[in-house]
Design a binder for this molecule. Structure first.
Ligand code: SF4
Length: 426
């Protein structure tokens, strides 16, 4: 446990990956609206979709009640091609009505979905037309959250990638932290970096349009979420430079992530040590407590949130677990490489999904813990396997030092619960 030395065997960056293209069991990218609308306080997300999309948003939003909600669905009824011009006019009218009623909206996202009527509708053109009509007060941007094109966390990636081209140009040397984090977690990261004298620090997504960051050849950026492949590419197209690092999960990941940025900004080692020593010690202690029961246990990841690789690194390096399979929807080696470098060879890395084949592998392996989506968890529990819902990892604050213990606890709790149930049944 807590072995911080390099792995004794070569890391996993270059291991062969099992690629599967079959039926998959994941949410669509609309889900991201649930956390994105909280981060962007003057944004409105208008899903152009079907009643299914409206139901998904409502149920994903759960019990949250808003005096003025900041997302909605424009439901497109079945129509033929001749009706498409009407649909465009109707969308323009709805948006004009919404913006007239809600002058607080500064950014409007038109979010595409699956139905063929929506696919036929050119939302990029619609966004251009609406931006021209409502500038300079409101910026209209489109992206797709369709289940055909995106899985779960890719909605955030698509949204941020769509924002990058409209951000202003700057020559300033600035650090941009990329990825939507709960405010308190974001403040912790910014606080640690500022204590090392690093700045100015900007975040994407910015809380308001007026806080827009600029981009240019002197911009350096660090990703806080591992699922931002398209955003990473869009930022590089704008001339910004990525600071590669393991993702800030657990004490080790957080330290390595901070160290990569500190090195970029020439922070003296003793200053780095002074700033990080106390939170590192707290994180180590919290992980050791919360991870009780994980040491020596095996874990199997089904592909879901794209957090799987850095989490497998955390569980194997800091919690003493063994990874059997690390499934992820997409394995972007430029982004995952630093995490894979730290992992000892052994687990199967799989990309994409053929759910039946993967279920067979999981049943054969009988892992102590299976991390998977809601749809698979219940059947696997019924078969006696202990599961962890991957979606909780996205909705719970888990990044950086102060959350490291909570992160370990998310994995140890299902095992404890299973042990208690067994005792009760005995
Ligand atoms: Fe379903 Fe597609 Fe709408 Fe998502 S975008 S809720 S997958 S119809």
């Amino acid at each position: 446990m807590n072995d911080q030395s390099p792995p004794p065997m070569p890391g996993c960056r270059d291991v062969p990956v099992l690629r599967e293209r079959g039926q998959r069991e994941v949410f669509c990218g609309l889900t991201g609206i649930i956390w994105l609308h909280r981060k962007m306080q003057d944004a409105f997300f208008l899903v152009v979709g079907s009643r299914t999309c409206a139901h998904l948003l409502q149920s994903a939003a759960g019990v949250m009640i808003f005096a003025e909600p900041r997302f909605g669905t424009a439901i497109l009824e079945e129509t033929d091609l001749a009706g498409m011009a009407d649909a465009q006019d109707e969308l323009d009218r709805e948006v004009a009505r919404l913006l007239a009623r809600r002058p607080d909206i500064r950014q409007l996202f038109l979010v595409g979905s699956c139905p063929s009527e929506v696919i036929k509708l050119d939302l990029a053109k619609a966004a251009e037309r609406m931006s021209a009509a409502h500038a300079p007060n409101v910026r209209v941007i489109n992206y797709s959250g369709s289940g055909i094109e995106t899985t779960f966390t890719q909605g955030e990636d698509a949204c941020l990638a769509a924002m990058v081209p409209v951000l202003p140009e700057t020559d300033a040397r600035e650090l941009v932290l990329v990825g939507a984090l709960p405010d308190v977690v974001e403040q912790q990261a910014v606080g640690l970096l500022e204590a090392m004298g690093i700045g100015p620090i900007r975040v994407l997504p910015a809380p308001r349009k007026a806080d827009d960051l600029g981009l240019g050849a002197n911009t350096v950026f660090a990703l806080t979420q591992p699922f931002l492949g398209d955003t990473h590419a869009a930022l590089e197209r704008r001339g910004a430079r990525h600071i590669p690092a393991p993702f800030p999960f657990g004490e080790e990941g957080t330290t390595a992530w901070l160290q990569a940025i500190a090195t970029e900004f020439d922070v003296a080692p003793d200053l780095f040590e002074r700033v990080t020593a106390a939170p590192r010690a707290r994180a180590r202690k919290a992980v050791a407590q919360a991870a009780e029961g994980l040491d020596g246990k095996s874990v199997f990841f089904f592909p879901d949130s794209q957090l799987e690789v850095p989490l497998a690194r955390f569980l194997t390096r800091e919690c003493g677990m063994t990874a059997i399979e690390v499934g992820t929807p997409y394995l972007h080696r430029d982004l995952m490489g630093p995490d894979m470098d730290l992992m000892v060879q052994g687990p199967v890395f799989s990309e994409g999904q053929d759910v039946d084949m993967q279920l067979d592998r999981c049943r054969a392996a009988r892992p102590d813990l299976t991390v998977c989506g809601l749809g698979l968890a219940n059947p696997l529990e019924a078969e006696g396997l202990t599961t962890k819902w991957a979606i909780e990892l996205v909705f719970t604050p888990v990044h950086f030092y102060e959350q490291a213990g909570d992160l370990a606890g998310l994995f140890s709790r299902p095992l404890r619960r299973r042990a208690v149930l067994k005792l009760d049944a005995a």
